[in-house]
Write a protein that binds this ligand. Sequence first.
Ligand code: F6R
Length: 234
Amino acid sequence: MKVIVTENKIQCGAKAFEIFKNEIKNGAKVLGLATGSTPETLYQNFINSDLNCSNLISINLDEYVGLTPDNPQSYHYFMRKHLFDKKPFKKSYVPDGMTKDVAATCKEYDQIIKDNPIDVQLLGIGRNGHIAFNEPGTPFDIGTHEVKLTENTIKANSRFFDNEDEVPKSAICMGTANIMDAKKVVLMAFGEKKAQAIKEMIEGPVTEQVPASILQKHPDVTVIVDKAAAQELD
Ligand code: F6R
């Protein structure tokens, strides 16, 4: 893994954008995208640039089950607000959280990824080492699947909802196997709260207990962190 340490999240966003821009210049057509607070500085760079995305395809990591695309907590909404409304792509895939048949939707999503192999996959990381909604203990070899959210995640997410009952109980999420199939992976992390996960991902054993540790086996991973997230590294 290549590790780039910058001063702060603004610089992380600029560095990540440089990589994406270069990959696009060199022919990348399919971007794997993420939500959460981490990618915001990168998306801001996309928006502020003159980069034309109208020939690109994007495939997002995950979506909550049961949230309509116009629900402000949905990842459809997040992506429109933070990127697509200002930088439209040719086609943007986000899992259908309103599907009546989750298993079929997961299968279709795997097919979408197969038909549109991801050139560059963007990732954030959870404090417990999760990538997408792949929590510790998730098998490394699975594709798109439904994830039952843990009590902790539901509690943590309840701050965004009027009450805990409104928090979705599950999500549709790319599996670690889909992520490992991407040609290139760019993982961003900021802040000391991510420092332990970054250390375990890079220096710890490859274990399903730290989902991001599988990236040690990927041939092309760039990790972009600020000093605080890098502080535990040897
Ligand atoms: C986002 C996602 C999550 C986040 C991770 C970090 O689509 O799948 O794995 O990347 O939880 O979240 P933030 O960026 O909010 O710290």
